[in-house]
Structure formats: C-alpha cells, structure tokens
Design a binder for this molecule. Structure first.
Ligand SMILES: [Zn+2]
Length: 418
C-alpha cells in the first residue's frame, strides 16, 4: 500500500510557507527575487538529501532525477511551481512540487522498481506576477527565447525578465540550453490545487483533469467624445464608458448562456475611463477581457460575437470599439493514458476521485509541447485561490501525493502507455 510520509510533508510545507510570507497565511514570493531564490535553495537541499541528482538550468528551473532500471528511456516528470501571485496563497504551486518530491522519494524508500527515470521539477515563474505566465515551462518547452524575455517587464525590479534572470544569478544568454529535447520525457504530471469549488462540493479529494481550458486575453478600446457633464444632454452624448458598460453586461449574459459543456468564463478585470473626472463625460474607455473555454471553437465564436456587438454599439451610441487580442492559448487535453493511470492510482490508494476540467492555465499546458501530460487536482476550500485566504486541507494534499506516487510508478513501467 502506498502511503506518503505526512509528518515530513507537513514539516516541508510549513517551512516553504514561511519564506516570502504575506500576512498570516499568504505569500508574496515572486520569481527571480531573493525570497524566491531562498525557497528554491531549500527545495534543492531536500532533493539532494533524497538522493536525487539535481540540476539548475540557466533561467532557474530546478530538476531532481532518479534513474530507472533501463538505460536510455525518457523520464516520467512531475512537479509545479514555487512562485506566488503578489500576494497569493501558500498552496498554489508548492503543493505540486512537494507532492512530486514526496512521490519520488517514497518510491525510492519503498525500493519499488521502475524502468523509466523519474524527475521532480520546480518551474520558475509560473505566475503572471513575474512578468511572463508559465515562464520556466515555456523556456523548457522551447516556446520562449531571449527576445520574449527582453520584451517583458519583471514587475518587482522594473527590469526586463531577461535582466531579472541575470540579477537572480541565472544566465539568460544560455536560455536555449534549458530546452528539453523532444524525446527526453515520457509523461508529465502536475498536481495542483483546484482553485475552484467543484471537488469540495462533491466531497472528493482527487480530481483527474480531462482538459485545461484555452484562453483569449486582450483589451478593448472605446472612443467617443469628451464633453461637459452638465452642458451635454443625455441624448447628445457619445459616452465611451457607458458603451463599455453596455458591452460588458451584454457579453456577460452571452457567456452565462453558453452550454455547460463549453466551460466558458468571461472576465473584464480592468476598466478605465478617460480623462477620468467627476464633471467630464468620458470620451475614452478601455477594458480588459479574459475569455476561457474547453472548446477553442466556442472561444472563437464568442470572440466573433464580441466584435459584432462592438459594431452594433457603434451604430447605436456613436462610440467606436476596437478589440486588441494580446494572448492566445489553445485548450490542452490531458492524455488518455495518464488519465487512466491517475484513475487507477486513486482506486489503488483508496481515494475518491472525479473527472473535471481546469479553468486555470498551468505549466502542464506548456509541457504538452514535449510529451503527453496529465493533471491531478486537490480541493480548494470555498474554491478560493490567488488570495492569502486560499486553503487546502493537509490530508487532501497527502491523498494527492499518494495518488501521484502510484500513478508515477505505473507510468514508469515500460509497458504502460502514457
Ligand atoms: Zn499555480
């Protein structure tokens, strides 16, 4: 029977959550800062102590490796990230790194045989607070190079991400060396907190992910006419902020009406009106949007709908709306083989599981460029995340680590398909 060492896990979890602490329960531990380097060093030490062969790549990804019985086979890798939002919680990321470490360490302690090598990874800079979302895994997957790092700003230093890597002790000019060869991995699995309410409501400690949603993100600029708030009667106005408001309400309705199977979410997280004063009808407004769905087709259709709505609003209100798409991530399905291995592992370790999709973007999505991927979720109390209030019950993390251990061991067998 596979059982994690929960006392050890709790000790390590508490130790990591003291570094870069924010208030009583939060973390403000942005990648490529001194606090981040401290936590990475701590985990590096644990990997060494577990007898793993460790390496730190040129941008700061940390990897620990345990060889398998057969030489030359691709590795089964598991892990997540150690950085947080600014501020965020202490579970988002570290839970996955520590569960992967515990899994590979337990496999060693049990003396369980495995053909494929096993790797534990702590990706650097998964959160947007570091300047680039899924920074370390994008580099590892060969999807981000020096140019992308030079053009992005690292908020804590105000320098480019390229420069921030250098200041944190890395060697950004060697970014290409971080790229893993295509045939070096058999599978990648990430354990993560759910960041939503489904598992808690269902009373299941384990979620096996079928798809990670895709995302379209950008800005919409509205241009009307700036005017005097008292002088300009309502019927004469070309109020850009009101055009933006009507647009947001209309599109929120459309997103709510999307069928459940599309798992669509639409968020307008930032808004501003220009020039921005009590007594001025705003002639300009900008809103951000973040559109996510399991179905890339549904996202594209919704984007078309948004553009059409802008045309209608322009006719009705004399305000021009221009949509600027900035980020496009396609939806990312988990491999059947890894899903099966995780479901089997949940059964073997005696933890109830259910299938769900991920509304958050994760390092696993970038790793999908290299190998089949899978994800396992553990419950978030009240569904909260990206806040110091984020909480996951420790027994659920332990359950997740046990499922991960069992699944890794299964996938590391030569005959099991990922
Ligand atoms: Zn995360």
């Amino acid at each position: 029977m596979i059982r994690a060492n929960r006392v050890r896990m709790k000790k390590e979890f508490d130790a990591q959550s003291r570094i870069g602490r924010y208030g009583k329960t939060g973390l403000a531990r942005i990648a490529l800062t001194p606090e981040y380097n401290r936590v990475r060093k701590l985990v590096h030490g644990w990997m060494d102590a577990a007898g793993l062969k460790t390496r730190l790549d040129a941008v700061g990804n940390l990897i620990g490796r345990k060889e398998g019985r057969v030489k030359g086979l691709p590795a089964v890798m598991a892990g997540s990230h150690l950085d947080s939002q600014n501020p965020g919680g202490r579970f988002d990321g570290p839970a996955g790194v520590l569960a992967a470490l515990e899994a590979v360490r337990r496999i060693g302690e049990m003396g369980a045989a495995h053909d494929h090598p096993l790797e534990v990874v702590a990706f650097v800079g998964e959160e947007s607070a570091c300047g680039i979302v899924t920074f370390g895994s994008s580099v590892m997957a060969g999807q981000l190079g020096a140019a992308g790092m030079k053009s992005a700003v690292h908020p804590p230093t105000g320098k480019s991400v390229y420069e921030a890597v250098r200041l944190a002790g890395g060697n950004p000019s060697r970014v290409k060396s971080c790229r893993l060869p295509r045939n070096s991995l058999k599978a990648f699995i990430e354990l993560h907190i759910e960041q939503g309410p489904v598992l808690e409501a269902a009373g299941a400690p384990i979620g096996v992910i079928n798809t990670v949603v895709g995302a379209l993100r950008g800005d919409i600029h509205f241009e009307g006419q700036t005017a005097h708030s008292g002088g300009q009667p309502m019927d004469y106005r070309r109020d850009a902020a009101m055009a933006a408001a009507v647009f947001m309400v209309e599109m929120e309705g459309a997103a709510r009406r999307a069928p459940e199977s599309q798992r669509m979410t639409l968020t307008f997280g930032m808004m501003s009106a220009r020039p921005g004063w009590y007594s001025i009808v705003p002639g300009g407004a900008t809103i951000s949007f973040d559109l996510r769905s399991k179905s890339d087709k549904a996202s594209a259709a919704m984007l078309g709908r948004m553009k059409k709505a802008l045309g209608r609003i322009q006719k009705k209100r004399g305000v021009r709306g221009r949509l600027q798409l900035l980020v496009k991530y396609t939806a990312c399905p988990a491999s059947r083989g890894i899903r099966r291995a995780l479901e089997w592992a949940a059964g073997e370790t005696g933890h109830a599981s259910l299938t769900l999709s991920s509304g958050g973007i994760h390092d696993a999505c970038r790793m999908a460029a290299l190998c089949p991927i899978g994800m396992v979720f553990v419950p978030s109390v009240k569904g909260l995340s990206h806040t110091p209030e984020e909480y996951t019950r420790f027994p659920d993390i332990v359950a997740g680590a046990e499922v991960l251990t069992s699944a890794i061991l299964r996938l590391a067998g030569r005959r099991v398909k990922a």
